[in-house]
Design a protein around this ligand. Structure first.
Ligand SMILES: Cc1cc2nc3c(=O)[nH]c(=O)nc-3n(C[C@H](O)[C@H](O)[C@H](O)COP(=O)(O)OP(=O)(O)OC[C@H]3O[C@@H](n4cnc5c(N)ncnc54)[C@H](O)[C@@H]3O)c2cc1C
Ligand code: FES
Length: 275
């Protein structure tokens, strides 16, 4: 599906517990994103010229007038995310998308790979990485494919969309598993511990899909490989353009080569990436 560069209308910005926010934008011309795809966006009032920022499409809904309303789940980190969190209803902001290769599409370039196919899934998010798994969780729930959602963060505030993922996973007969490093929600510790236990206990997972900090995804790749379970990760690199022109988003592959995170990714098979 072709990416379109247009100006979206900000509908609202919901301040979740800081530094998180949910931005809803109406985009007239954009096609729906696949799970794992992203847009390049910028706030309306930029403090100075800067490059657009990459945001996963967290949620989307076709509006009655034919436009698409996309939701972006964000965490304020620096100037770009600050400008997005400060958007006001009615402002128009640049939106380019949908971009990249999503969760369902990785199988197309992977002969013999059955990770996206059928069976039970484990979705593993670290903090704001949950944004990259929003559409995937919805797609699995719609398809009636059972999944458990493993949600880890430093503290309770980082599990900002826990209720949404609890509802979606339970709808498929699965469950939400929470951990925090300070013990303020779920079990104290890292989310890799219950994931590893689940894989060891033969919980029937045929796929592990993850999005979060690099260290988490690397650990998930190791745990999945040790259990002989295939999987995919929505990776993140700094991005200049988002569509293959600046060559600034290389991901190192296990085969010694490189791939562009914005074109061949952001979703890669866990066993493709040199973590
Ligand atoms: C494919 C893709 C999808 C993404 N989806 C989302 C999303 O859905 N929601 C979301 O909030 N973010 C998402 N990001 C990350 C988002 O684009 C960055 O948070 C953003 O680029 C930071 O921009 P900034 O201008 O606020 O910070 P900058 O001014 O660019 O950076 C401020 C400081 O934070 C550091 N930094 C930059 N990015 C990160 C990061 N990701 N983690 C930790 N430190 C960082 C920088 O090195 C710098 O020191 C995604 C990134 C990619 C590549
Ligand atoms: S971000 Fe420019 S080539 Fe990938």
């Amino acid at each position: 599906m072709a990416a379109v560069d247009s100006r979206g209308e900000v509908l609202d910005v919901q301040a979740l517990p800081l530094p998180y926010f949910l931005l809803r934008v109406r985009v007239a011309a954009m096609e729906p994103a696949e799970p794992g795809q992203f847009v390049m966006v910028a706030g309306a009032n930029r403090p100075e010229p800067y490059l657009r920022r990459a945001f996963s499409v967290y949620d989307q809904e076709a509006a009655a007038d034919g436009s698409l309303v996309i939701s972006l789940l964000g965490k304020v980190i620096g100037r770009g995310t600050e400008a997005l969190a400060a958007c006001l209803p009615g402002e128009r902001i640049p939106v380019l998308g949908p971009l990249g290769t999503g969760f369902h599409s990785v199988a197309a370039r992977s002969p013999g790979y059955d990770g996206s196919g059928s069976g039970r899934a484990a979705l593993v998010a670290g903090g704001i990485g949950s944004a990259g798994l929003g559409l995937l969780a919805q797609a699995l729930a719609r398809a009636g494919r059972s999944f458990d959602f493993f949600y880890g963060g430093r503290s309770a505030e980082d599990l900002v969309e826990a209720e949404t993922f609890r509802r979606l996973s339970e709808r498929t007969g699965g469950r939400l598993v929470k951990t925090t490093e300070d013990g303020s929600a779920g079990k104290r510790g890292l989310i890799t511990a219950p994931l590893e236990a689940g894989l060891r206990a033969s919980a029937g997972y045929t796929t592990v899909c993850t999005c979060g900090p690099h260290g988490l995804m690397a650990a998930v790749a190791g745990i999945a490989a040790a259990s002989g379970v295939a999987g995919e990760a929505a990776t993140e690199t700094p991005m200049g353009c988002g569509y293959g022109a600046c060559l600034g988003c290389a991901v190192t592959l296990k085969n010694g080569g490189y791939a562009l995170c914005c074109r061949q990714g952001p979703v890669f098979r866990l066993d493709e990436v040199a973590w």
